[in-house]
Design a protein around this ligand. Structure first.
Ligand code: MLT
Length: 408
């Protein structure tokens, strides 16, 4: 008789964005006449930039001719894309990362869920609270998180690093007796939209090297950084090559949520004793993965072309115009808001002491606007709410105007 991985049974509820989707679909089915504006999941709405579309068309045509047809992609990614990434995302910023340290994949969500496989089940993880749920859930599935306390909504073996208004939503280094082995950091942060300075990130790198921890650094939103002195990559910090893995996505900077493309950087110096994590991750890719599609990798290459870069700069500016509209509109209306300056996410305090889900229901039912309840990201998200700037400008303006008219 087969047995299941019982760790799955420990997972409370369903995945946050699936739960929200179900609620919204039920409301929509019951009220087909209502125009719902969705500023919940961070999904892009602008069409692919022309340079990317052209690259896709060219690659599709290549696949239709015997001389240029491609079968299996190299499992770590095509050289043309890995070189563009290493050169433009890293070396151009002074980071010492080479093309053979880049592992191309079909997205940062999968990589951030899969990377924990490289580590012992005894390892203790530390996460920000609130946090992107994939980091915790993937460790629950692996059996690394201990028991769940449903009253506190926390796991016994996870170190939670509170990110609150008091610390500007940036975690403090873990205190004595709480030494993590794996530290998940995401900056610009999902969900709070907060950033940390290079000096603060350097403290994390120094800490990880001192205690022998690995930082799993999710930089999916780096393209939204608008202020100076905010690191775009953890490898801008000295010593990061011996303690950090970086995860990146093409979803938010280039609109690939439906195309799927991302990459993970594993420096060759990152070792446990004399075992290299680079070698382990390469082994995993070789066994479990056949590479992102050729046409999508060609589309990814176009992200780095001069035309692609100019077009994507405009896309991001358009989303950031939405972010500013939400931020300023809600602030003027008396809301306490943060994020939205170096990030497409606006993090707001729910009004009148409402819980995150009460505010979600209120927005959905009274003004037909969908956001994401902060408590879905962790206990310290309770009393907060996330709105995304990824909608159209018209919908963003209408949503803010509707929220401002809300009678609470
Ligand atoms: C989010 O809304 O938090 C993101 O879209 C989730 C993701 O990128 O997987």
């Amino acid at each position: 008789m087969f047995k299941i991985n019982e760790n799955y049974l420990k997972l409370p509820g369903s995945y946050l964005f699936s739960a929200i989707g179900k609620k919204v679909n039920a409301y929509s089915a019951a009220h087909p006449d209502k125009k719902i504006i969705r500023l919940g999941i961070g999904d892009v709405t602008q069409p692919l930039a022309p340079a990317i579309l052209e690259a896709l068309h060219r690659a599709v045509d290549e696949m239709g001719r015997a001389e240029t047809f491609r079968g299996y992609a190299p499992d770590l990614g095509y050289e043309f894309l890995r070189s563009a990434i290493a050169g433009q995302d890293y070396q151009a910023r002074g980071c010492e990362i080479s093309a053979d340290e880049i592992f191309v994949s079909d997205g940062a969500k999968c990589d951030s869920a899969n990377i924990q496989e490289l580590f012992s089940l005894d390892n203790r993880i530390a996460v920000c609270d609130p946090v992107y749920p994939v980091y915790v859930d993937s460790n629950v599935m692996a059996g690394r998180t201990g028991t769940y306390d449903s009253a506190k909504e926390t796991w016994s073996d996870v170190i939670y690093m509170p990110c609150t208004a008091d610390n500007a939503f940036a975690p403090e280094l873990p205190g004595d007796g709480q030494t993590p082995d794996l530290i998940y950091l995401c900056f610009p942060n999902n969900p709070t939209g907060a950033v940390i300075s290079k000096a603060r990130l350097q403290e994390w790198v120094d800490y990880a090297n001192r205690v022998g921890a690995v930082i799993l650094f999710d930089a999916a939103y780096e393209a939204y950084i608008s202020e100076p002195d905010i690191p775009h990559s953890i490898y801008e910090c000295e010593g990061a090559r011996t303690c950090a893995i970086e995860l990146r996505s093409f979803s938010k900077n280039a609109g690939f949520t439906g195309l799927r493309l991302g990459f993970t950087v594993v420096p060759k110096e990152l070792k446990c004793g004399d075992v290299s994590l680079h070698g382990m991750w390469a082994r995993r890719h070789g066994t479990k993965y056949n590479g992102a599609p050729y046409i999508v990798q060609r589309a990814g290459e176009a992200v780095y072309s001069p035309e692609g870069k100019a077009q994507l700069k405009e896309q991001i500016a358009a989303y950031m115009k939405n972010a500013a509209y939400i931020f300023n509109g809600l602030k003027e209306a008396g809301y306490t808001v943060s994020g939205g300056v170096n990030s497409p996410y606006i993090w707001l305090k729910t009004p009148g002491g409402m819980s995150s889900w009460e505010f979600f229901d209120c927005l959905l039912e009274q003004v037909n606007v969908v956001g994401t309840p902060g408590s879905g990201f962790g206990p310290n998200g309770e009393g907060y709410f996330r709105l995304t700037a990824f909608g159209s400008y018209e919908n963003t303006v209408e949503a803010v105007d509707r929220i401002r008219k809300l009678h609470l």
